[in-house]
Design a protein around this ligand. Structure first.
Ligand SMILES: Nc1nc2c(ncn2[C@@H]2O[C@H](COP(=O)(O)OP(=O)(O)OP(=O)(O)O)[C@@H](O)[C@H]2O)c(=O)[nH]1
Ligand SMILES: [Mg+2]
Length: 240
């Protein structure tokens, strides 16, 4: 199960402003008319139930939004770059890789977060006209988009977490209560990846999570512990 990934995101660059002067028949020296550049697109992450895990981010992934178009003559503003929506599984925690800070915890279907803002477009030369400078021969450049690396960490969303020593019968219980078919065997650490099962009681659905067995010191990394504790962090009930 791919429950961790690193991705690199970058907003689109803003389009450059235009340096342009009006050209018309019989008007020898037209005024400046260079338009502004468009904004670069933003990168968003959105939680989706269609995505089950982070395996689509297995390889180092670079995601960038579209650049803004440059401005043009006749006061034409460049088109804005398109935003990019990246689907991640519901339950994905998003951290800034450099600071380690949590940016978002996407626990609801459709919940989204802006992770890299596109750059502003540059202003065209029209904007730089003043009483002393009637014909500016310069315009602003578009700004680069925000750029950063993100750590994605998927934490399953279950109502009940089954915890216990290896070989205690957790997977057997999950198999007995739900239609899940986890591997059951008479030796410790049979379960290496979390299993989910759904129990239906009075039209209510309860999701049970079976995780690898825990031994003493799991929270400090003993056995397979630490890595899977995150998956039961958000359950309403822990069943021991
Ligand atoms: N006698 C008895 N054996 C059981 C019971 N429940 C499960 N077992 C047996 O205990 C063994 C381990 O069961 P699992 O369900 O794989 O245990 P687990 O807690 O998921 O183990 P790990 O995934 O390795 O942590 C299997 O051989 C099961 O058949 C029970 O209620 N009574
Ligand atoms: Mg098991």
């Amino acid at each position: 199960m791919f429950d961790r990934a690193t991705i690199h995101v970058r907003g689109g660059k803003g389009g450059n402003g235009s340096v342009s002067f009006r050209r018309e028949k019989h008007v020898p020296r037209g005024g400046p008319d260079g338009g502004d550049g468009g904004r670069g697109g933003d990168v968003w992450l959105v939680a989706s139930r269609q995505v089950r895990d982070l395996s689509s981010f297995r390889q180092k992934v670079h995601i960038r939004a579209q650049n803004g178009e440059p401005g043009a003559g006749a006061h034409k503003r460049g088109a804005d770059g398109d935003d990019v929506l990246v689907e991640v599984p519901v339950g994905t925690e998003v951290r800034d890789k450099k600071s380690g800070q949590v940016i978002a915890d996407l626990v609801q279907e459709g919940e989204r977060v802006l992770v890299a803002r596109g750059g502003e477009g540059g202003r065209g030369n029209v904007c730089f006209v003043s009483s002393r400078r009637r014909a500016p021969r310069f315009a602003e450049r578009g700004l680069p988009g925000e750029e950063r690396s993100l750590l994605l960490n998927l934490k399953l969303l279950a109502d009940v977490g089954l915890v216990g020593l290896p070989n205690a019968g957790k997977s057997s219980l999950l198999a007995a209560l739900t239609r899940a078919q986890p591997k059951v065997a008479p030796y410790p650490f049979t379960t290496l990846e979390p299993n989910l099962g759904t129990l239906v009681i009075d039209e209510r659905q309860i999701v049970l999570a079976d995780i690898p067995g825990l031994i003493e010191g799991a929270s400090a990394g003993a056995g397979l512990g630490q890595r899977f504790l995150a998956h039961i962090e958000r359950t309403a009930v822990l069943l021991y």
